[in-house]
Design a protein around this ligand. Structure first.
Ligand code: AHR
Length: 528
């Protein structure tokens, strides 16, 4: 019944022009903006709960279909969303991680305690080689997070030498070859610690800025093909990302950016991170991931919009020290954070993913596209079974979440060129919470087509849109819409297609395309 309703709603889309005019939305193709980096669609896989075991790794002997221990179903699903980079091994876990525990024969690897995330056993069976194998299987890039909090510059430098050096001159590289990998691994992005103000070492910004300089000096990519020339931003070189602010800690950004102007030797600050989670105003999180009403919906979407304020204010500080915008604002943890799913270990951060999460994802991605000049990396937290997950697994079963479908809809926005959009659709208000009724972004894809994403935030009413494009005579549009019977609709293992995209198309009439967007929906169309 629910599926039937969703299908009916989707079928209402892009109907022929009705007599009454809708909200005008105009895409200006004559004023292209910056490139939307594909890296804003990055993912995050931490050794936390069931995210890695068995979300990715089931082991070679598992009955769950796998390739060299890595689940085939998950690899296939991730390939389809063209994941540009994956951040690993944490998160907080990164500052507890010692890379040597995760190399060599699996039966010789030590079992360690994952202290922060439930004090459970960490087999270390998913280590550097397994992560890189996974990255290569799905055609992604590695964003490796180094340990500052409990590690040393030498440990960090050795790990990079192990991963990237030439075996002809490095015995660490020869160890890598003995462990099965001749060619250097590609490490295009490297994080210097995580949340160093908190789980990563409880540091002041001044202390971390000094440590950053120290660690970054020794965080070297040893592969000539991947090296960053001293002091210069090389788009093909390894980017070093500093641990950044917690939400609105603007002082942290100020201190780090000021430090970045005092470079003397060969360290660089290529990116500064920012972490922000939607769905709670104060710790602990109090909204549920399922079975909620319109009030919780409105509050969570409101909190997602805070991202715009955060990015604007952090960017303004960065502009002061770096007007050429060389340093990336890397929002390398974002997403919803709700109360733990019933019956789950609260430290495993497991939660349901509903149509509300799809709206949060679309709204947040749209914010990033509007700040594409500075936000050139972002990582949703997290990829599988943790927080705002793309994928949920249980035994040999896998389900794609509404968030996954949004990422799939947005694939054409990867490395596309931002196009300005004009619209005023008014507001939607519930119980004193006021939100924009509609959220639109547009881009010219690498294939030359104009793509428009339209999110109807209002869960009570469809939105009628008169879409036009300046500088382009659109003959029609084709795309997909993600609608749902209810705002808290979820996909389950037994009913995996409650929230699934449906094809849509329209022909232009009188110079405009008329679209009827279902309530609480995300639509992406390409103009012909
Ligand atoms: O994503 C879960 C945790 O949230 C990460 O480990 C940490 O960096 C953040 O506090």
């Amino acid at each position: 019944m629910k599926q039937h309703l969703a299908g009916a709603l989707a079928a209402l889309l892009l109907a022929a022009a009705p007599a009454l005019a809708g909200t005008p939305v105009t895409v200006d193709t004559t004023k292209p903006g910056p490139q939307i980096s594909r890296h804003i669609f990055g993912q995050f896989a931490e050794h936390l709960g069931t995210g890695i075991y068995p979300g990715i790794w089931v082991g070679e002997d598992s009955k769950i279909p796998n390739t060299r221990g890595i689940r085939n179903d998950v690899v296939t699903a991730l390939k389809a969303v063209k994941v540009p980079n994956i951040r690993w091994p944490g998160g907080c876990y990164a500052d507890d991680y010692h890379w040597r525990n995760g190399i060599g024969a699996k039966d010789k690897r030590p079992s360690t305690v994952n202290y922060l995330w439930g004090r459970v056993a960490e087999s270390n069976h998913f280590g550097t080689h397994e992560f890189m194998d996974f990255i290569e299987m799905i055609g992604s890039e590695a964003y490796v997070s180094g340990n500052v909090g409990s590690g040393t510059p030498q440990e960090m430098s050795d790990w990079l030498e192990y991963m990237t050096a030439d075996p002809a001159i490095s015995s660490l590289a020869r160890e890598r070859v003995a462990n099965g990998r001749k060619e250097p691994f590609k490490v295009p992005i490297f994080g210097i610690g995580n949340e160093s103000w908190g789980c990563g070492g409880s540091m002041t910004p001044e202390h971390y800025a000094n440590l950053y300089r120290n660690f970054a000096t020794f965080a070297r990519n040893y592969d000539n093909a991947q090296q960053l020339p001293n002091g210069d931003f090389d788009p093909n070189g390894m980017k070093r990302i500093a641990s950044g602010a917690n939400v609105d800690d603007y002082k942290w950004t100020e201190v780090m950016m000021e430090a970045s102007t005092k470079q003397i030797f060969s360290w660089t600050l290529d990116g500064l991170s920012l972490h922000y989670y939607s769905g709670y105003n104060q710790w602990p999180p109090h909204y549920s991931g399922e079975g909620f009403g319109e009030d919780e919906y409105a509050h969570v979407i409101k909190s997602a919009y805070k991202m715009d304020e955060l990015v604007t204010k952090h960017s303004a500080i960065m502009d002061k020290y770096d007007p050429k915008k060389k340093v990336i604002l890397a929002v390398d943890e974002w997403g919803t954070w709700y109360t733990a799913a019933k019956g789950s270990n609260p430290r495993f951060l497991q939660q349901q993913n509903s149509q509300r999460d799809a709206i949060v994802a679309a709204v947040t991605i749209n914010i990033f596209t509007r700040h594409a000049d500075r936000v050139r990396m972002a990582n949703i937290a997290q990829m599988i079974n943790v927080l705002q997950a793309m994928i949920l697994t249980e035994g040999d079963k896998m389900v794609l979440t509404p968030t996954y479908h949004v990422f799939k809809l947005y694939v054409p926005f990867q490395d596309a060129t931002f196009l300005p959009v004009q619209y005023d659709a008014g507001t939607y208000t519930f119980n004193g919470v006021t939100l924009p009724a509609l959220d639109v972004t547009a881009a010219k894809g690498k294939d030359g087509k104009v793509y428009v994403s339209l999110t109807n935030i209002n869960p009570k009413a469809p939105a009628e849109i008169d879409l036009a494009a300046l500088g382009l005579k659109a003959k029609g549009a084709k795309g997909e819409t993600l609608a749902a019977p209810k705002i808290d609709s979820i996909n389950t293992f037994d009913n995996p297609n409650v929230v699934a995209p449906k094809a849509i198309s329209a022909k232009a009439q009188g110079g405009k395309l008329v679209l009827k967007l279902p309530p609480q929906s995300v639509t992406v169309v390409a103009l012909d």
